[in-house]
Design a protein. Structure first.
Length: 293
């Protein structure tokens, strides 16, 4: 497919490009959690966001799109399975391949599956065809996208209704995420993305990253970057971060609640009546004005 036709093809696949029309139609809202580089906490963020949405009574599916390097089962302390490969081959149905925990559903990928490695997989086509088949079963579908700018991952990102770009204070993370946003803009016509800043150590650091990213995207791409919030690190080791991920008594949970409050206000039109503190500023559509002033 040529670059010129990619955007038109995506729109033809996602006929509910208008998010309001999609909600009224009963179709799931798709959210791609993506990043320019790996190791930024994308999978943990995907799972936590999905869990919080499911706790609000919404039916949520997470699809691990890193099809042979799965981390979702590991984060949830579940045994690794080869269901993703069996789904692709047609040996199992979608219903047989998902892990279910109340309103939280997960289609996990494989991990070093040799048979899957030998397959010639068009991941983007498989994922988009699957979405079309199941989008009337869920309120939200969270796509844990592979890091980087390969074409299959970019197609999945471009198709999604929302893109959560995860960055860390690492300079390479910021640079690579800008490259991802630039390609989405120039090659797929994407003009809006959402930013989550992970592993921040201070409010000043958070504001600086938001300012750099927002101004660069707006000035050079004529695109909009909505700020979802920040997640504090507090010098947590990665194993401690994962253990605290689902502990509602920890500050980490509070950071995620801010992000979800902001997102549900935008996507569903309501905001929690709870008010959180830390590095966020309540339920607002765009923090750029508050960060820059």
């Amino acid at each position: 497919m040529s670059n010129n036709s990619a955007g038109n093809w995506l729109l033809s696949q996602n006929k509910f490009a208008n998010k309001i029309g999609k909600k009224l139609s009963g179709k799931a809202i798709t959210v791609s959690v993506t990043s320019g580089k790996g190791g930024v906490g994308k999978t943990s963020i995907s799972i936590k966001i999905a869990k919080l949405l499911s706790e609000k009574g919404l039916k949520v599916l997470v699809i691990d799109c890193d099809y042979n390097l799965s981390n979702t089962f590991i984060k949830l302390n579940l045994p690794i399975k080869d269901d993703f490969n069996l789904l692709i081959s047609g040996a199992k149905t979608f219903e047989e391949c998902i892990y279910q925990e109340g309103n939280f559903h997960l289609l996990a990928a494989c991990s070093g599956d040799l048979d899957l490695f030998d397959r010639d997989i068009h991941l983007d086509q498989f994922i988009l065809n699957l979405l079309i088949q199941i989008e009337d079963r869920y309120d939200f579908i969270i796509l844990d996208s592979p890091a980087g700018i390969n074409k299959q991952a970019m197609t999945i990102n471009a198709y999604s209704d929302y893109r959560f770009v995860v960055v860390t204070p690492d300079k390479s993370s910021i640079t690579d995420s800008y490259s991802l946003i630039k390609i989405l803009n120039k090659k797929y016509g994407v003009k809006e993305n959402h930013l989550i800043v992970n592993k921040i150590s201070s409010e000043a650091q958070y504001k600086r990253i938001v300012q750099i990213m927002s101004e660069t995207v707006e000035n050079f791409l004529a695109s909009r970057l909505k700020i979802m919030g920040g997640i504090t690190r507090n010098n947590r080791a990665i194993d401690i971060f994962d253990r605290e991920l689902f502990d509602q008594s920890k500050d980490l949970h509070n950071d995620f609640c801010n992000i979800i409050s902001r997102f549900t206000e935008e996507s569903l039109g309501y905001c929690d009546d709870r008010h959180y503190t830390n590095l966020n500023y309540g339920c607002v559509d765009d923090l750029k004005h508050e960060v820059l002033n």
